[in-house]
Design a binder for this molecule. Structure first.
Ligand SMILES: Nc1ncnc2c1ncn2[C@@H]1O[C@H](COP(=O)(O)OP(=O)(O)O)[C@@H](O)[C@H]1O
Ligand SMILES: [Mg+2]
Length: 426
């Protein structure tokens, strides 16, 4: 089979890496890809939001199946367009992807289906939002309704901060269309957890629970990023909690979307806050998470193509998904200045010659020029290590990244530390 993967980050490298292991795959193309993906797939210079360009490529190359990494093309309706053109594609329709692309849509769904989540109100007028802020508890969370690349959520400790956040979205239009509505919600305390699941509109198969590290600084300090590292399985997710997440969050969401005529085919990502052992949903995403995918897919034993095809053909109930009894830790290496502005085009040295069973270096923001690998983004690499325990996977990940160098390279030295303290508490 000829596959076409859309995207250019660590998530897409992990997808291509896993799919390349399938005996049924003869060739993988990736648009636009990166230097790491180029070792496994043929990269084509088409951008992820160029829907006509992507479709023309899939037609011209007689692609058997297209797999979408990022949210942007999904929210633009790539799955609808491909299906209309009789091209097989893995990913939800535009309507189903609203579970990610509109936080107010997701909130309405959660309330309708009884999915536990923070109490919230949606506003499109400043006056009404300000009035509500007069009597709400603090801190309060202000969220832009639409896609904002992880920058649309502001946790406000005072009423004035909350007013400023609302104004930046509704009046100053700092988030463009994405900020035309705001969701104001109750602040939840607890520990965050990610559970991704395969879904075919009816059946839901959860993946191994993971935790990521959103903040730039050690000890979860400083501004939010796309994600500085991840580990799986998360010790926080006991079998009992996993069962609750499946029954109280994932199944109700999938059923609710089907009932309203927008069945969800793809990967549903639940971003959860665990408080007193109970899962509250902070948000849904309509695709694989990054960096979580870089720890979850290496633990997947089943052929990913078999699962993806079962989703596309709506027969996920016939699939058994098996996982390795190991732990995985991924440490993300970033450019100096990230998540603010950062340089590009710096040479990277010390990359391992080849991947092993226990260490894979996934590329995110990299490019190749005259045989040299150069930095090309904020998040540059994700170094994933597998071992029998989280602790040894963590040690292996840090040992493996030590030889990798580029000017200004930064990473958090405390990835997976929380898992170790959760383990010692249990
Ligand atoms: N109600 C809430 N209470 C506490 N923290 C929250 C709440 N909502 C969001 N957050 C924090 O903000 C982060 C981003 O929010 P999220 O809803 O996941 O939006 P996005 O990923 O689109 O930026 C979360 O990972 C969490 O750390
Ligand atoms: Mg999130």
């Amino acid at each position: 089979m000829k596959l076409f993967v859309i995207g250019n980050g660590g998530r897409e490298h992990a997808l291509v890496w896993k799919l390349a292991q399938s005996p049924r795959v003869s060739k993988i193309y990736c648009a636009p890809g990166n230097a790491g993906i180029a070792q496994l797939a043929e990269c084509v210079p088409v951008q992820v939001d160029d829907l006509p360009g992507l479709q023309a490529f899939a037609k011209a190359q007689s692609i058997d199946l297209t797999i979408v990494g990022p949210e942007l093309p999904l929210s633009l309706g790539i799955a609808d367009e491909f299906r209309k053109a009789k091209l097989r594609i893995f990913g939800p329709t535009r309507n189903a992807a609203r579970i990610e692309s509109s936080k107010s849509f997701a909130k309405e769904l959660m309330v309708r289906e009884g999915i536990p989540t923070a109490a919230s109100r949606t506003f499109d007028s400043m006056d009404a939002a300000f009035m509500w802020l007069e009597s709400c508890d603090l801190p309060v969370v202000v969220k832009a309704d639409g896609l904002a690349q992880g920058k649309g959520v502001i946790i406000c400790g005072t009423k004035v901060e909350a007013q400023e956040a609302v104004k930046s979205m509704l009046s100053d239009q700092q988030f463009g269309e994405a900020g035309a509505k705001v969701v104001l919600e109750e602040f939840l305390e607890g520990e965050e957890l990610t559970v991704m699941a395969f879904a075919d509109g009816r059946t839901v198969i959860p993946m191994i629970p993971a935790q990521d590290h959103k903040r730039i600084g050690e000890g979860d300090t400083g501004p939010n990023t796309g994600g500085m590292g991840a580990y799986a399985p998360a010790p926080l997710a006991t079998p009992e909690l996993q069962k609750r997440i499946l029954e109280e969050v994932l199944y109700p969401a999938i059923r609710g979307l089907s009932r309203t005529g927008s069945p969800f085919y793809g990967v549903l990502y639940a971003g959860l806050m665990i408080k007193n052992g109970k899962p509250y949903t902070l948000e849904f995403n309509a695709r694989f998470g990054d960096p979580e995918t870089q720890v979850v897919l290496p633990l997947l034993q089943t052929d990913l193509l078999d699962i993806i095809e079962a989703v596309v053909e709506h027969r996920l109930d016939q699939i058994h998904v098996a996982w390795q009894k190991q732990a995985a830790v991924c440490v993300v290496l970033t450019s100096e200045g990230y998540p603010g502005s950062y340089p590009k085009g710096l040479p990277i040295t010390g990359l391992p010659e080849k991947t092993t069973d226990s260490v894979v270096v996934f590329h995110a923001g990299t490019t190749e020029s005259d045989g040299a690998v150069l930095t090309n983004g904020g998040r540059v690499l994700g170094v994933t290590a597998l071992a029998d325990t989280i602790r040894s996977a963590q040690q292996r990940a840090y040992a493996s990244l030590a030889p990798i160098k580029f000017e200004g390279c930064y990473y958090r030295a405390d990835v997976a530390r929380r898992a170790l303290s959760d383990l010692s508490e249990n």
